[in-house]
Design a protein around this ligand. Structure first.
Ligand code: DGJ
Length: 742
């Protein structure tokens, strides 16, 4: 998987379908190649080291020409590479610019762990007792002797996955402090082959919509300066062949295992090559390193696929399911929940919740989740965050009485928190106004009438953690929804002086990770679902703590097609919080069939977010059947290979995707007709990657068998011609198609 060839002074990182070559040229660590598998050749020529003024002399004449042309593995600033850099450091004498030269390297068994940060791990299943390493890691140590700074370039490679996970460790070996002003996690250069670039964008209630365009000269990419991943942009960027589609073409996808400010750019330059970089956003970032201290960057995941976007998605899904998510729930069915948010908003009491639970139990729903509004004086969003005391006017007899009663009805119980927040109208704020993030002398800005707690201070995060833990210790609570409803501004902290305030954003993320680590350590069986005003914290960093994340506050089945397509481009369906809600939909006012809402939600963790006691009978009767469908197909959806077939958001009239079992013996296809046309013909739907010569039965379990009779086709025909799907009548009709080998 990883080797070093002394003769050519080059490293080879090999995955099943890709090769990655790093070479040492005149002491520089050079990126020579990343793409489809190479033969057993010396590949160092691919970085063209002899061009543009290269000389064997260490002080060669045309240094700028060389540095601004050669693809560096970890480009630094200030020395003559004028493209986007990955590292910028200043020392206490004001020396800017850093130049890294190779020092040594090591190859180890196992994946690289990073203290305090989420990171991919080795074992496929922590409980399988299989200790054979599936991963190897390479550490290339480089240094700048003038600054006394050492930089370790760290690569983890998995035996069976086309993924390379990169991070960097920066160490100050000199007596005086140095200031790291930019420390990205990964960079690589590639000749532009008429590439497209894909990024994800959105807003509240329409997160992660896919955008694709031709790479143009200059810089293009995505950033967050919001202190969290955000609704608006996403830490993902992909380069791909212009004609690449779901199943063909080369794709280089890069994703960031981090939950704070980020940057991901591609930059096309004068030599028609493209540099891709990803890491912590350097804006308002500056990390002080005293002698002997190190800074670890989060990990960036590089995935290469020569089988289009579906190939890329499959690798990300497998990597995250097997090597990032740690929850005991990751390979088991999630309880079907009913959440009271859209049913009641803040207006509920014990009686109302029990009415919902009682009706839910009759239909096979397995857990009641009590959302925002159960604590302090919270009857709207204008107060009480921080006062995590049960409101006994609403919950008569207290929380335990409610939980016990819900358990007696046969349901588990879950609860909502927003631990990082503080309302100006709260006892907590009245006691500790300095606990809110604020710039001294300035009135902090509010958002949703709340401030953010300065959890970078230990006493503040201890308080916030204890408040949550105390409630969880008080009753049989088996699920927590950890929400976060505003983004960070007014960055100031009494705990950090002017030399360290540039560390604030990253320290905030580390503090969040520490709190969630504590939570899952103290409550190892807890099902934790992250959330941020919908899906603003849907990122791989959070998967390390929670196996599922609320995807969006938009539960409209049609808007969800775009959101879930963008999300599934990188993340497994098992991570997506998906609920059936009422119509007209609360976010967009659209009316869709209850059946369609159910099918779309079945491609995620599945649950309900409605007042079941008021549901029209024709919808209510469908719930037990949907529960049955979830039980039947959830393992296929959770553990299978995702396959995108049609995209409505990309201009199609229908949306379609599948989950195919790993052994290729069955598949579940979901088809949603978004736009209907008159004179519409039967459509043929192709599905790839089944066994070519096996015969499959294609059936429509929820349809009238006379209108939709089963079909029998081989895997080969299904891939090349597809099965027949008859035209349907009415708005937003959906079909569930079951494919089984016979
Ligand atoms: C935002 C979440 O996304 C919603 O589901 C709900 O929990 C509200 N916050 C509660 O304030």
């Amino acid at each position: 998987m990883i080797s070093f060839d002394k003769k050519s002074s080059s490293f080879r990182l090999e995955t099943p379908s890709s090769s990655y070559v790093i070479s040492l040229v005149n002491g520089y660590v050079i990126h020579s190649y990343y793409g489809s598998k190479l033969g057993d050749d010396d590949a160092t020529y691919l970085s063209r080291p002899k061009e543009f003024g290269f000389s064997d002399s260490p002080v060669f004449r045309e240094k700028h020409s060389f540095l601004d042309y050669i693809p560096q593995e970890y480009p630094t600033d200030g020395m003559g590479d004028f493209r986007e850099s990955a590292l910028s450091v200043t020392d206490s004498q004001g020396r800017n610019g850093i130049e890294l030269k190779y020092k040594s390297h090591n190859i180890f068994d196992g994946a690289a762990a990073i203290s305090g940060l989420p990171a991919v791990f080795d074992s496929c299943d922590c409980t399988d007792g299989n200790n054979v390493p599936k991963a190897k890691r390479l550490e290339i140590l480089t240094e700048d002797k003038i600054l006394g700074v050492e930089v370790a370039l760290i690569y983890t490679v998995f035996e069976n996955l086309d993924a390379i996970v990169r991070s960097v460790r920066i160490t100050n070996n000199k007596k005086n402090p140095v200031f790291v002003k930019k420390a990205l996690s990964a960079a690589f250069d590639i000749d532009d082959d008429h590439f497209d670039v894909i990024t994800l964008h959105g807003s509240w209630a329409r997160e992660r919509h896919i955008e694709r365009h031709l790479v143009h000269m200059g810089k293009q990419g995505v950033v967050s300066m919001r202190g969290e991943t955000s609704h608006q942009e996403h830490p993902f960027i992909a380069l791909l062949d212009h004609n690449a589609d779901f199943n063909k073409g080369r794709v280089w996808g890069v994703n960031f295992i981090y939950s704070g400010n980020f940057v991901a750019d591609v930059q096309k330059n004068q030599f028609e090559s493209v540099r891709l970089v990803m890491g912590i956003n350097p804006e308002n970032f500056c990390w002080k390193l005293e002698e002997g201290e190190s800074f670890n960057t989060p990990q960036a995941v590089l995935v290469y696929s020569e089988n289009g976007l579906n190939g890329m998605s499959r690798t990300f899904h497998d990597l995250y399911r097997d090597h990032l998510i740690r929850s005991p729930y990751k390979k088991s069915p999630r309880p079907i929940l009913i959440n009271n948010w859209e049913a009641t908003y803040f207006n509920f009491d014990t009686q109302k919740l029990l009415d919902i639970a009682r009706e839910a139990a009759k239909d096979g729903i397995e857990m009641l989740v009590m959302d925002d509004g159960w604590f302090g004086k919270r009857n709207s969003d204008d107060c009480s965050l921080g006062d995590w005391i049960v409101n006994e006017e609403k919950l008569k007899g207290g929380l335990k009485t409610l939980v016990d009663e819900v358990n007696r009805l046969g349901l588990k119980f879950g609860i909502w928190f927003e631990p990082e927040m503080i309302s100006p109208d709260s006892d907590l704020y009245r006691a500790h106004p300095d606990w809110a993030i604020q710039i001294s002398g300035r009135e902090p800005g509010m958002s949703r009438q709340q401030y953010v707690l300065d959890i970078t201070r230990k006493e503040v995060r201890d308080y916030a953690y204890e408040a949550v833990a105390k409630i969880l210790r008080s009753a049989n609570i088996e699920y927590v929804k950890w929400d976060m409803n505003r983004q960070l501004s007014d960055i100031g902290s009494t705990a950090l002086g002017s030399d360290k305030i540039g560390e604030f954003y990253h320290r905030y993320v580390l503090a969040l990770y520490e709190m969630q680590e504590r939570l899952i350590t103290e409550f190892p069986k807890l099902l934790l679902e992250n959330c941020s005003g919908g899906g603003a914290r849907f990122d791989p960093g959070m998967f390390f703590y929670s196996p599922q994340i609320w995807c969006s506050d938009d539960t409209d089945a049609i808007e969800r097609l775009a959101i879930q397509e963008g999300t599934a481009l990188i993340y497994p369906l098992s991570t997506m919080g998906t609920h059936v809600s009422v119509c007209p939909n609360h976010a967009v006012g659209r009316v869709t069939p209850f059946k369609t809402r159910g099918y779309v939600a079945l491609s995620g963790t599945f649950g309900y977010e409605l007042d079941i006691t008021k549901l029209p009978p024709e919808d209510r009767t469908l719930i037990p059947h949907q529960v049955e469908l979830y039980k039947k197909y959830s393992s296929l959806v959770r553990d299978g290979d995702y396959q995108r077939i049609l995209s409505w958001s990309d201009g199609g009239d229908a949306d379609c995707w599948a989950s195919v079992s790993k052994d290729k013996s069955k598949a579940l296809v979901t088809f949603v007709q978004v736009l209907n046309h008159p004179n519409y013909k039967t459509r043929f739907v192709k599905i790839q990657d089944l066994k070519e010569n096996a015969t499959y039965k294609i059936s429509f379990p929820d349809e009238n068998q006379n209108d939709f009779p089963p079909q029998t086709l081989t895997g080969r025909t299904l891939a090349s011609a597809g099965f027949a799907l008859r035209r349907d009548w009415g708005d937003f009709q959906a079909k569930l198609i079951c494919i089984e080998e016979i």
